[in-house]
Design a protein around this ligand. Structure first.
Ligand code: COA
Length: 207
């Protein structure tokens, strides 16, 4: 084991506890559990104020370069293709600089990267994915405010529910979407071995 790996193990155990360490370990071995969160749009959508002033708006094709400054790990080709196929991205700007973003699809649950295929959405459902806030402005309510803005757009479009998937150890992600009214509704489990994937039947979570 290399030093960085040892220190990562130690940090995870110290900061997140044994359960998170166990879940991350089996994930690394190929068994993944994801929480499916659902947010009915008939429920009231309360404001989630930010402590940093931001302007929220849609990302356009003209904004792709600005998006790459925000997410240098993204590729211009992928972002452009995502927008062209109809995925939408809401961004939060502070002083004209993108500091946070979330993506959404009304077509399918985007799982191409992890599962090798997308999963179907029921009529009236929309899927939210790839939330990211710049590390230096996390905890200021930006992802929650973006989520509220996304939910209001969906409600105006007469959607019935918003869905998202997250790993069980992502405390910030779970907290921020709990604030926006999402609840865990099912557990998605799959095993991956090289290019092979097996998806287990959905495990419903009773409220
Ligand atoms: C998840 C993420 C988008 C949240 O963005 P954000 O703008 O910081 O979110 P918000 O400020 O709206 O809400 C975060 C909440 O989580 C809380 N939080 C932060 N770390 C936490 C942790 N480890 N455990 C539990 N809650 C945590 C914050 O205190 C805040 O709650 P509060 O308002 O009640 O205090 C951001 O952490 C991120 O970019 N992470 C890396 C990418 C990622 O994991 N994306 C999600 C998977 S696609």
């Amino acid at each position: 084991m290399s030093d960085p790996l040892l220190s990562r193990v130690w940090r995870t155990l110290q900061e997140e506890g044994l359960r998170s360490f166990w879940l991350k370990s089996i994930d690394a071995l190929g068994y993944r559990r994801l929480y499916l969160l659902r947010r009915p749009l008939a429920e009231p959508i309360l404001d989630c104020p930010t402590t940093l002033p931001v302007a929220i708006g849609w990302l356009t094709l003209e904004d792709v370069q600005a998006y790459l400054v925000f997410r240098p790990d993204a590729s211009s080709h992928d972002v452009t293709q995502q927008l062209l196929r109809g995925d939408r991205c809401l961004v939060a700007r502070h002083n004209d600089r993108i500091v946070g973003a979330i993506w959404g699809s009304s077509e399918s649950i985007r799982m191409q990267r992890s599962l090798g295929r997308d999963l179907p959405l029921a009529a009236g459902e929309a899927y939210q994915f790839d939330a990211y806030t710049l590390p230096e402005v996390r905890g200021m309510g930006i992802a929650s405010a973006l989520s509220v803005a996304w939910l209001r757009h969906l409600r105006d479009e007469a959607c019935v529910a918003a869905l998202l998937l997250t790993v069980p150890w992502n405390g910030a992600h779970l907290r921020c979407y709990a604030k926006a009214g999402y609840r865990v509704t099912a557990v998605v489990r799959y095993v991956r071995l090289g290019p092979w994937r097996y998806v287990f039947p959905l495990q419903q979570v009773t409220p």
